[in-house]
Design a protein around this ligand. Structure first.
Ligand code: IPM
Ligand code: MG
Length: 359
């Protein structure tokens, strides 16, 4: 029986609670599908600042590099908002993405029919939505230099640089086109080429890479229009390809089509090496430690880890089916609670999911 080493990064806030649920389910599903997982739990974010004084200890990065896949819950703690940038949890996450070379972030958004009424948008607008945000993750304004804050002439000035090199755009474009080819065959590249030079290069390179994928239908959209179209007519999208900052914003917006950000998984992939799988939601410090968190995005991220990271398709599908069954039976965490449903805490939801897996 093969054993896959997995690095678990529970992180902050609700992270440890949802990690415990995901781990139980991973154990159960791997046992049923004839493989086993070994876990190495490591600190990141505020938890790592408390334990080691930095948001991404070298030992955590090394453990991730040696794993077959990494499962991260969430980072972020309001106590850290006053710390210098290099000591913020977010800086640890960016260093992890960059340290593992995870340039491609995939955020699928698919309407779950049983949850269609949880959305703030009308059912006829979101029915059938099935899109994928492909976000560039290790470049753009998140990482560009120069950046900083200077004082001059009695004023303070702060700045960042939004920059992409042609090969950074080419490789994320190839990921986007390849995924579009496997899905609905349509790629919409989002930029701000009417204003930004960096976006014009983005558009030029995406056009050039299109020649390698003639079967994919390519369109371009300015980011402001894309933000509007996502709530106006979201079914028009198959794959949305975009840069780091635009992808950050559009993926939160797209998440709300489903009614709760508590349902969305993501995968971050590089060229070889382990992938990083994490829910799109954050650490929710307001409900941390109260057994109120929705563990489903974490469980669906574990499913993505099984499918994409370990090529265990049947086990991944079994986890996803367990989530569907529990929702269909009317069980909900607080974020999704509706009339006639049964409210559960995080742990109890984990138990229902385990039962659904056994069925
Ligand atoms: C995300 C988050 C992160 C980002 C933060 C926590 C650094 O918002 O993964 O979308 O901006 O990338
Ligand atoms: Mg974000």
């Amino acid at each position: 029986m093969s054993t896959h080493p997995i690095t678990l990064l529970p992180g902050d806030g609700i992270g440890p609670e949802i990690t415990a649920v995901a781990r139980q389910l991973l154990d159960a599903v791997s046992a049923r599908h004839g493989f086993s997982l070994s876990y190495d739990e490591q600190p990141i974010g505020a938890a790592a600042i408390d334990a080691c004084g930095v948001p991404l200890p070298e030992s955590t990065l090394e453990a991730c590099r040696g794993a077959d896949a990494v499962l991260l819950a969430a980072i972020g703690d309001p106590r850290c908002d006053v710390l210098p940038r290099e000591l913020r949890p977010e800086t640890g996450l960016l260093a992890l993405r960059s340290g593992l070379g995870l340039f491609a972030n995939l955020r699928p958004v698919k309407i779950i029919p049983t949850l269609i009424d949880a959305s703030t948008l009308r059912p006829e607008v979101i029915e059938g939505v099935d899109l994928l945000v492909v976000r560039e993750l290790t470049g753009g304004v998140y990482f560009g230099t120069p950046k900083g804050r200077v004082e001059a002439d009695g004023h303070v000035r702060a700045f960042n640089t939004m920059a992409y090199r042609d090969d950074e755009i080419d490789r994320i474009a190839r990921v986007g086109f390849a995924l579009a080819q496997q899905r609905g065959g349509r790629l919409c590249s989002v930029d701000k080429a009417n204003v930004l030079d960096v976006s014009q290069l983005w558009r030029d390179r995406v056009e050039a890479i299109h020649a390698e994928f003639p079967a994919v239908e390519l369109s371009h959209m300015y980011v402001d229009n894309a933000a509007m179209q996502l709530v106006r007519a979201p079914r028009q999208f198959d794959v949305l390809l975009t840069s780091n900052l635009f992808g950050d914003i559009l993926s939160d917006e797209a998440a709300m089509l489903t009614g709760s950000i508590g349902m969305l998984p993501s995968a971050s992939l590089g060229e070889g090496g382990p992938g990083l799988f994490e829910p799109v939601h954050g650490s929710a410090p307001d409900i941390a430690g109260q057994d109120k968190a929705n563990p489903m995005a974490m469980v669906l991220s574990a499913a993505m880890l099984l499918r994409v990271g370990l090529k265990q398709e049947a086990a991944a599908a079994a986890l996803e089916a367990a989530v569907d069954r529990v929702l269909a039976a009317g069980f909900r965490t607080g974020d999704l609670m509706a009339d006639g449903c049964t409210l559960l805490g995080c742990r109890a939801m984990g138990e229902r999911l385990l039962e659904a897996l056994e069925d």
